[in-house]
Every structure is written in C-alpha cells, then in structure tokens.
Design a protein around this ligand. Structure first.
Ligand SMILES: Cc1cc2nc3c(=O)[nH]c(=O)nc-3n(C[C@H](O)[C@H](O)[C@H](O)COP(=O)(O)OP(=O)(O)OC[C@H]3O[C@@H](n4cnc5c(N)ncnc54)[C@H](O)[C@@H]3O)c2cc1C
Length: 442
C-alpha cells in the first residue's frame, strides 16, 4: 500500500507528488490523459516538427510555490525575466506605448509604472493611481465586501473612467484572470494587484518560459518522480474511490485496483464531481460545480518571413489579439510568434476561416512593416476550459484542502488558494495537500 495516491497529473498533482517524494513518502500518481502537465503542456507540431504550447503561459516573480517546484526539479533557469514591469504596447497603425517602472525604492517603483503608462493622459494616470494606492494603504481586505462585487463596480467607485479601464484595468484583468472586469470579483483584482504588482520588484517580474511548457514543468517533474521511485500511471483514469479499513482503494479504467493510505484529488471540479458520484460518498464532499464557469483562451501562432518585433512580450490595444510573444527565428528561416486572446468566448461564434482572416489583418495592422504575404502559416488553438471565472461571491465556494473524509484531500487551481486559476494557485494547492498528507501519515 502506497502512502499517497494522487489523482491528476497537472501542476497541482505534480507539486504534491514531488513534495511527498522529496519527503521519502511512497507515491502513486494517476493521470487519465496520455501526458502529464494538465492544462499546461507542450507538444510537437506535426507540420513544422517544432514544439508549441497548448497556450502561452507567463509566470510572475510572486509565484513562490511554483518557482520552488521548478527549483527542486531543476528547470527554474528556463524562465526569462521581464524586469521593471517593462511592457511595450502596440495599437493598429503601429502606434507604440510603454509601461515601465522607474528603479525607485518600494513601493515608489511599482507606483511609477502606473504613473508612466503612456496611453493615458497625465490626469488619467494620476486618477488610475487611486486603485494601487487603495490596495496598498486602504482597507481592501475587510471581510467579504470586495469578493461580493464586480471589479467594474469597485473601479467605478474609485473614480476610474471607462477609458482608464479600457486601456489599463481591462487588459490587466484579462491577462491575469482570463475574464472581463464585469465578470471578475473586486476581491480577486485586489489580490492580484497586492500580490503580483505591488509586492516589490521581484514579485512583479514577468517570467516567460524560453522553451515549451512540458520541458519546464511536466518532463522534469516526471524525471524527478521516476528517479525518486514514484509510480506513474499515465493514461489510466481513476473511475472510483472507496474507503478500506487501512485507507483507500482506487479503481482504474484499465481494471486495476490500487491501495493507498491517503488520497489527493488534483482534478478539476467537474471531474472530481464525476468521481465522487461514481464513488458513492453521499454528501461527505460536495462541490458546487456550477459556480465554476469555464473561460476559454485562444492561442494564435504565426510563422512570418520577418520578425514582428524583438521584445519578449508586447501588449496589443484595440484588437482581438491581446499579447504577442515572439519566439525567434526557426531553422527554415521563418519567425515564430505566439499571440494570446483571453476570455475568447466571442471567437467561438465565428468560423475558423473568418477568425484567421481577422487575426491576420490585425497582425499586419499592429506591425505595419509586415505584409499579409509575410504571414506564411498560422495555427489557432482554443482551450475552452482554460480557467474558471473568478466571479463575485465564488471564493466562498472554493473548498479547502481537508475534507470530511479522513485521509482524502483536495488540490487544484480551483480550490481555496486565494489566487485566480493560475499555475501558482495550482502549485500552492499541491504544497498544501502534501503537508496535509504528511500530517495525516504522522
Ligand atoms: C491556454 C492557457 C493559458 C494559460 N495561461 C496561464 C498563464 O499565463 N499563467 C498562469 O499562471 N496560468 C495560466 N493558465 C492556467 C493554468 O494552466 C492552470 O491554472 C493550471 O495548469 C491548473 O493546474 P491543475 O493541476 O489545477 O489542473 P489541471 O491542469 O487541469 O490538471 C488536472 C489533471 O487531472 C487529470 N484528471 C482528471 N480526471 C482524472 C481522473 N479521473 N483520473 C486521473 N486523472 C484525471 C486531467 O487529465 C489533468 O491532467 C492557462 C491555462 C490555459 C489552458
């Protein structure tokens, strides 16, 4: 009987597994799909033979749990930092803007980034400062109030005009929470601002993987786990779980049965709900799954004959495309770039040909040195359930690690991590689950 069975090989499950293996506990990890990594993975593009991601991910310096995992598995050096919140922006026609913090002591440096955000007038920037100043010095953590109202309402209360929201807050909310200000809770926005953008120069660094996501997370984690003697059951779905006198029994899709003293569920809310109903646990663990509304992210890859730009990442205004991450020159002489569209619900209403032609025209209008003929290939990937919407009131429904079932613990980006659906939330939940397992094992 293993010490712990972990169900789900995404970031949450991998983090829990690595922590437990590191503490010399015996671990069995079960993953239903043919690969580890969950919603963050790389794959080989059949046409070009190069590795792409299911979607561009960026990390931040405040991702302490995830960075600690990457340090343990040896891939923390695969991240390129963007320091001083230096973000160039583009608008149609090639109009250029910049956000950049001055090298000043905390919190002046962080505040200066907002004060120097060039798409806004000086008067608008001063007005925009009310939001970070409220987060830093106001009463934003007082109980549930901010959690219960939309970010749009809170921003309006703080005197933010629709132009300030359109150019500053909406892009920030889309990028960090994959939702629009009307859908997002003000509490979630205040957490993101406090933890990521206003917690010091290191915390606010953007960290962009310099290789595909599996090479940064799943592959080194798998190597670490195999070398530690963990059992990995990949492409084997756990169908049901039952309590036994000594712990737990897992029933897998291939018909095998596995015994463990403890279980960590590191599945998304929907799959956990299915497992619970197949496992006849009654009301011992109840998940209000309908509250976790999925939000899609679309990733658009372009192969061009010339580079779009040489920055690490560039924001886009007034276009469907929101960010571009140039990936450099490929062996065949073309230049690869990965474009991001968060909260991409509207794209689903159009044919893929229409979407492609719209996005091609946007690429050219954002970077006018490119012609339509310079775009030699494109590829659109839409992850329909990329994240859940951090809606007002949702935090009360995010479950904690411990359940009413002894030795059965929850992890996953949707649990009560305090973060929106992110790699950091997933990693943090994995650490917490591993701690609970170790306490339970004694
Ligand atoms: C396109 C895209 C872009 C994103 N961008 C960012 C970003 O820039 N920054 C950021 O921080 N986050 C980003 N995210 C969010 C981030 O990827 C997720 O928050 C994180 O990966 C969730 O990890 P998880 O382990 O909680 O869940 P998952 O990754 O969903 O892992 C759960 C795993 O459980 C497995 N499973 C389910 N049921 C069973 C079963 N019965 N038996 C066995 N296994 C099972 C699933 O196959 C899956 O592998 C992005 C997500 C997407 C899709």
């Amino acid at each position: 009987m293993t010490d712990c069975a972990i169900i789900g090989g995404g970031v949450a499950g991998l983090t829990a597994a690595v922590q437990l293996a590191r503490a010399r506990k015996s671990v069995s990890l079960f993953e239903s799909s043919p690969k580890l990594g969950g919603r963050a993975f790389g794959f080989e593009d059949a046409k070009s033979g190069i590795r792409l991601d299911n979607g561009q991910h960026i990390l931040m310096g405040c991702y302490t749990s995830l960075l600690s995992l990457l340090n343990i598995i040896g891939s923390a050096d695969r991240l390129t930092p963007v320091r001083n919140m230096r973000l160039p922006f583009r608008a149609p026609g090639g109009e250029e803007h910049l956000m950049q913090a001055l090298p000043l002591p905390y919190p002046l440096g962080q505040l200066s980034a907002f004060l120097r955000f060039s798409p806004l007038s000086l008067r608008e920037r001063i007005r925009a400062l009310r939001v970070p100043l409220t987060v830093l010095f106001g009463r934003t953590d007082s109980g549930t109030h901010l959690d219960s109202i939309p970010a749009s309402e809170w921003l309006a209360q703080l005197g933010q005009t629709s132009r300030i929201t359109e150019f500053l807050w909406k892009p920030l909310i889309l990028a960090t929470m994959n939702a629009v200000p009307e859908q997002t809770s003000a509490g979630a926005l205040s957490v993101v601002l406090r933890e990521a953008f206003l917690a010091g120069a290191k915390a606010s660094e953007f960290l962009v993987p310099d290789t595909d996501l599996s090479s940064v997370i799943a592959d080194p984690a798998e190597r670490y786990l195999r070398e530690s003697g963990a059992e990995l059951h990949i492409h084997n779905r756990v169908k049901a779980v039952s309590q036994t006198p000594g712990g737990w029994q897992l029933q897998c899709a291939d018909g095998s049965l596995h015994q463990a003293k403890t279980v960590v569920s590191a599945m998304p809310a929907g799959q956990l709900t299915e497992l619970l109903s197949a496992s006849n646990f009654g009301n011992a663990v109840t998940i209000d799954v309908e509250r976790f509304q999925p939000s899609p992210i679309a990733s658009y890859y372009t192969w061009t004959t010339k580079p779009a730009c040489d920055d690490i990442m560039v924001g886009c205004f007034r276009t469907t495309l929101q960010w571009v991450f140039p990936k450099g020159e490929l062996q065949d002489g073309t230049w690869l770039a990965s474009w991001v569209i968060s909260a991409a619900d509207e794209l689903a209403e159009h044919t893929s040909e229409d979407v492609d032609s719209l996005l091609r025209s946007e690429v050219v209008s954002l970077f006018p040195h490119l012609d339509a003929a310079d775009i030699v290939r494109t590829k659109l990937i839409t992850e329909r359930s990329a994240t859940f919407v951090p809606a007002p009131g949702l935090s009360a429904f995010r479950p904690v690690t411990e359940t009413a079932l002894p030795g059965f613990f929850l992890a996953g980006d949707w649990t009560a991590t305090g973060y929106p659906a992110t790699l950091e939330g997933a990693a943090k939940s994995g650490y917490r689950a591993a701690e609970s397992v170790m306490k339970c094992l004694g």
